[in-house]
Design a protein around this ligand. Structure first.
Ligand code: SF4
Ligand code: SF4
Length: 346
């Protein structure tokens, strides 16, 4: 039996006035587990002080699971969902669908999902764009606040600077500390809600408690961790039982500077014709060099080994790597892939 835990930090979520828990429930992976397990995880989270639930229209039937499992407790949590639609009419109907799937008559924050390119942002903001649908939904009381998410922190910092968004969702983890540079200070200055995601960076960062304590030591309101069981909720909560003291913060910051040296933002501008998952290789390599091979990294390499080994012989990349021509950060991806291949015995 999992008992109730003690400590939870709450802070005012920017201008929303809502006091959010430092740990938020990421509902992205719930569609992969039995409904009863999802129900138990969500209710256990609410019973233990988590009051921020994050999902997206694009996370398979995650919104429906929330509607099924916790809509009867709607007043107990701040509900964040996302639309990846770019056009007004598509976003308008997707917001309506989210409301009905989640069995609620309001969404606390609707986030324009995964905006990574300037031309995409322009599309969202034009007259016929998704932003207008969010504004109209807010005027109609169906949405309370408008947010934005993406994987290019310096672009997000620019895009939020004219005050059109109330909240921003970004990566912040030991291996992805880049939001600290411009984005977090800009959002703080604008009194926006700051939501950090993927503290475990898809499982590459271990152990869980250290991984969570890094964003917990930073200037963010809530940290979304993807959880699928009450036991995982308990493990995540336990990592926040103690506040981070200055000495531990310095240690975590030094570690993040080291693990972030790969500089990959996961923006996915690169794409490999051999389907090598380049950002995952970049990030897992940094972790491997520091800590050796962790279970998630080992499983990942096993799955993608043959592709990774083929990089060196791929003719079109011999003169100029195709992936590197697309990376806005000019990173040496081919070298990292081939070092990984060497590690795998290629
Ligand atoms: S250099 Fe390697 S990883 Fe990059 S596009 Fe070519 S084959 Fe893919
Ligand atoms: S390697 Fe470059 S282009 Fe690819 S995801 Fe990372 S930062 Fe983006």
């Amino acid at each position: 039996m999992l008992g109730r835990l003690g400590h939870m930090r709450y802070t005012q979520f920017g201008k929303t006035g809502f006091r959010v828990s430092a740990l938020g429930f990421g509902a992205m992976n719930l569609p992969g587990v039995p409904l009863d397990q999802a129900r138990e995880a969500l209710n256990y989270a609410l019973d233990n002080g988590i009051n921020y639930i994050d999902t997206a229209a694009g996370y398979r039937n995650s919104e429906e699971i929330l509607g099924e499992c916790i809509s009867h407790r709607r007043s107990e949590f701040f509900l964040a969902t996302k639309t990846a639609q770019r056009k007004y009419e598509d976003a308008r109907s997707e917001i309506e669908r989210s409301l009905s799937r989640m069995k609620t008559d309001y969404i606390d924050v609707i986030q324009i999902h995964y905006v990574n390119y300037p031309q995409e942002f322009n599309k969202v903001m034009e007259e016929d764009g998704a932003y207008r649908a969010a504004l109209e939904a807010r005027e109609a009381g169906k949405v309370r606040w408008i947010g934005i998410t993406g994987h290019r922190p310096e672009l997000l910092a620019k895009w939020i600077s004219d005050g059109k968004f109330d909240q921003v969702l970004f990566h912040l983890s030991l291996v992805q500390p880049f939001a600290k540079d411009d984005l977090v200070p800009t959002a703080t200055r604008l009194n926006m809600g700051k939501t950090a995601m993927k503290p475990l960076s898809g499982g590459f960062v271990q152990p869980v408690d250290k991984a969570i304590r890094y964003p917990y030591s930073q200037d963010v309101h809530t940290i979304i961790s993807g959880m699928t069981s009450a036991a995982e909720v308990k493990q995540n909560l336990a990592a926040m039982e103690r506040e981070v003291e200055p000495e531990e913060r310095l240690e975590l910051e030094a570690l993040s500077a080291e693990l972030g040296e790969h500089n990959c933002r996961r923006c996915n501008y690169c794409s490999c014709p051999l389907e090598i998952p380049i950002p995952d290789v970049m990030i897992s390599s940094a972790v491997r060099e520091k800590f050796g091979l962790l279970p998630r990294g080992a499983a990942f390499y096993e799955k993608h080994k043959s592709k990774i080994l083929s990089c060196a012989d791929y003719e079109p990349c011999k003169e100029k790597p195709l992936c590197e021509q697309k990376c806005p950060y000019h990173l040496p991806m081919q070298r990292t892939i081939q070092e990984t291949a060497a590690h795998l015995g290629g």
